[in-house]
Write a protein of this length. Sequence first.
Lengths: 306, 346
Amino acid sequence: MAATETPSGAPTATPAGHPSAPPGHPVAQVRVPARSLAGELRAIRVVWRRELIRFSRDRLRIATSLVQPFLFLFVLGTGLSSLVSASTHGVNFKTFIYPGVLCMAVMFTAMFSAASIVWDREFGFLREMMVAPVRRSSIVLGKCFGGATVAAFQGVIVLAIAGLVDVPYSLGLMAELFALMVLLAFAITAFGMMAAARITQMQSFMALMQMAIMPMFFISGALFSVASLPRWLAILNRLDPLTYAVDPMRRAIFAHLAIPAAARHALAPGVTWFGWHVPSLLEAAVIALLGLAMLAVAIAEFSRAE
Amino acid sequence: MNSASVGAVTSDTAPTNNGAAAPAPAVSVKGLTKRYGEIEAVRAIDFDVARSEVFGFLGPNGAGKSTTISMLCTLVRPTGGGALVAGHDIVAERDAVRRNIGLVFQDTTLDGYLTAEQNLRLHAELYGVPRETVAPRIQQVMEMVRLWERRKSLVGTFSGGMKRRLEIARGLLHSPRVLFLDEPTVGLDPQTRSSIWSYIAELKQREDITIFLTTHYMDEAEYCDRIAIMDQGRIIVLDTPEALKASVGKDRVQISTPDNRAAIVALRERFDVEATIAEGAVTFGVPDGEQFVPRLFAELDIPIKSVAVSRPSLDDVFMSYTGTTIRDAEATSTDHMRNVARMMAR
């Protein structure tokens, strides 16, 4: 039974176009090249692309991760509109919570992407990557970029419906929102990766993510104005990283609305540190730095020798 | 089945190697040790694996086989000693080792969300297989394991046997010099098991490759050129299956009686034979089993319910070197050792 050949696949059948295979010898002998920067970049790309392929296969996931943002935007947004109309200076409440909802869509998708590394560990695929002759950091980077891309894509879907909640489709605004979204997606994926380096069970990981995301979302000012908060909440708000994504988004949107200055002042006052108004660019930098720091921790964790 | 290639090779002569004078061993292990806290999973083992050899690591679960493989594959750092794989140091030259080895793990490491071909393509890119060789090489390895027709199917829809075959194909994709197979047939039905072995035999003919595998199926160890029997972290004996079986020199006789303990005493007093209870039957070895049985019936005053005589198998080899059968060794191996084994498998 040992060496029965299929009629077509005799060992000498050299696939067309492959030059240097002498007859009677195994074809396509491969030599694995030494480690190089190009090799690492290729590894990053491979891991990144796998995330995209997996995401595109999982239509259900694309749909379900949009449910929650849409619930907040259209159900909660519509339901609360009449209640809060007195204090919104005529601004659509849905427009007000739109940046928060945008962040939420990105966060959930990024979290699920990071969760896949826990999944990979449970089902062994992580090991296939871990024994490859590439740096662990390339794998973590690839994962991170993959998660960020997928999350940004999800964000774009929410971005596409901006018109439904009176957010103008101006090119500059869309670009700014998109950039902030990508940054947030990257930071959240890095956070997820950092957690996944230590947590090996899916249930614990999901529990931790729920514990982290919901408070972050509520404290960030996604659903309220940060103008006149009680002191304890103001402090928590300034400590919440998500604040620095929601706030510049909201200010960008309000800058493009034709509304009185008083309304802008009340609804999108901007985040202050000890009375100093934090510029959008610095807010973006906060997110970026946090993301990079968490990424560094994740890489260090995954690179530790067993 | 492939007995021609096994032949009369003994432990100190490597299988013939096309002309090259004294070729460097594919794997060379010196004093390799791994300790997990109090537990010594692998205790200073030494051995060489010759080029183009099929080398089997045999032993019960928890014997340290997987830990050894994990160290040789650079997944686990040894506590002491060292090893060269394909001429590279497993600690100092991790990358060089990784480029030259293929791995098939005990549990699947395929991505079920990708197609068979995508899985292989991903592997090829991770290993930097030159672009122009990727497609022909993928076709070649997939045809070898008879999965080429299923290349567009999602791996999640594959059976256990198909997954294992695909993993073997993937392990070969980058033409490794040493292919490690950790329990390649565990959990598979007998038919699939034998087809896996036919691929391994075919592989040996086609490619210049050394195969290092672990198994706890005795019958499968027969396919190896040489076997190392491992128990409790040590290599107990290492030789060809033929030499090992010859070294036992006795047939195995198993009898069942109403009073096994009395039977053991009687055997010792009357026949000067040391018997033990293995798998619930009184078991002992005698040089000529068939001629011994009539004497046994005539002279043993304990009634015998059944008797079985068998030529020495690797089971007997394991038994004669460790004093227990491999199945019993597994049954009694403590939970702790099993946990270590499970830890290793991560």
